[in-house]
Design a binder for this molecule. Structure first.
Ligand code: ASN
Length: 378
């Protein structure tokens, strides 16, 4: 096994045996010591979340409020200036449940400006964990860069005993400062783990080790504040890039997620389309695309009448919905259920975002299906 120790700009090969099993060990603080010719420039955007929250006692870990600025957060981390030049900006300060497309758009503009105009080497975004995966997914679809964009947050408020925010922020800054191994897409860094924002999801409503992508795995880990990447740099496969440079809409198409269960009322579908004006529907189906026959019939009827696409995603955290699982409805003299689309590996909230972005781009049904083929659905 070859271990390459990257210290500043010098690479020292310790033991060169088999390049296929190379481990890149990057020292965090030491890497960017005074011997480095130029410290990387990192920009932090604060958007709120539990990491920016305060409770009324040190044991309170629920029912707290966003009440901390990015200045407070950064000042909780010692010695950052030893390994990067840091700039920070308070962009929003809200619980991530309140994030909408306008907020995403503001964030997108700022990130693009920081990368392309101000030429920062890396971006860190502090964010609530509840919808962090949606923001990460959105940025992955819209920002084309090989530089690191790292989202981080916390599960405990800043006032709690053993608050996890400062360490998570510290690790995110170290990742964003790491010039040697770019090109991993948008990352989520929490609780010593580094994951791909494209696939990762919040798996636990309370615990610190919440972000998981079981099928795709973690990209890396932090141990004793060294970054250990498990794989060489690569981007998630099948990403469709959406250029939203000049578009200025306030909100994307209305696309509700309908969560399946025993006894699901098929009239929900009609209500969403005819009363709420839904332009698409995502099913959080049972198993791999399972919805009852009568629900599939209703979806088919609505497709014939309103041409609203139906994404079949899944309520299980892991696994996927393949094209083969889509309902096969044949009625004499009527077209097939072309509006049914398999969500592939995407969970309902990411499938919803992908559909809405495809609609924003003005894609027709075959194009939308091709986009979902990127995640093995379609
Ligand atoms: N842990 C968290 O950050 C949860 C918080 N409600 C948020 O998403 O903003």
């Amino acid at each position: 096994m070859a271990v390459i120790n990257i210290d500043g700009d010098t690479e020292v090969i310790i033991n060169d045996v088999d390049i296929d099993h190379t481990v890149f060990r990057i020292k965090s603080r030491a890497s960017f010591s005074n011997s480095a010719p130029r410290l990387p420039y990192v920009k932090i955007f604060g958007t709120g979340g539990t990491i920016a929250s305060k409770g009324s006692s040190s044991s309170q870990t629920a029912g707290y409020k966003v009440d901390l600025t990015i200045d407070d957060l950064v000042s909780s981390i010692p010695n950052i200036s030893q390994f990067c030049n840091l700039t920070y900006e308070q962009l929003l300060n809200l619980d991530s449940k309140d994030m909408n497309y306008t907020h995403l758009r503001i964030l997108y503009d700022k990130v693009i400006h920081a990368l392309e105009v101000d030429r920062y080497d890396g971006i860190v975004i502090t964010h609530g964990t509840d919808t962090m995966e949606e923001t990460a997914f959105f940025l992955q679809l819209t920002v084309k860069t090989d530089k690191p964009i790292v989202l981080c947050g916390s599960m405990r408020p800043s006032t709690a005993i053993s608050a996890d925010g400062p360490m998570n922020l510290y690790q995110a800054i170290v990742i964003a400062s790491n010039r040697e191994l770019w090109n991993r897409g948008v990352l989520v860094a929490l609780n010593d783990r580094i994951g791909s924002g494209y696939y990762i999801t919040k798996s636990n409503a309370n615990s610190l080790d919440t972000f998981k992508s079981i099928g795709q795995g973690y990209l890396g880990n932090f141990v004793n504040n060294e970054i250990h990447y498990h794989y060489p740099p690569s981007m998630p496969s099948g990403i469709t890039h959406f250029d939203i440079g000049t578009e200025l809409v306030q909100e994307l198409a209305e696309v509700p997620v309908l969560y399946a269960h025993q006894g699901f009322n098929k009239q929900m579908i009609r209500m969403c389309i005819e009363q709420l004006g839904a332009q698409g529907i995502v099913f959080a189906s049972m198993g791999a695309g399972s919805m009852s026959d009568e629900v599939n019939e209703m979806a088919y009827e609505m497709w014939l009448e309103h041409k609203v696409p139906f994404i079949y995603s899944k309520r299980s955290m892991d696994g996927m919905v393949p094209k083969a699982a889509l309902p096969k409805i044949h009625h004499e003299g009527k077209p097939a259920f072309e509006g049914a689309i398999a969500g592939g590996y995407l969970n309902p909230q990411k499938a919803r975002l992908l559909l809405r972005m495809s609609m924003l781009a003005g894609m027709d049904l075959p194009q939308i299906k091709r986009v979902f083929e990127g995640v093995y659905g379609g």
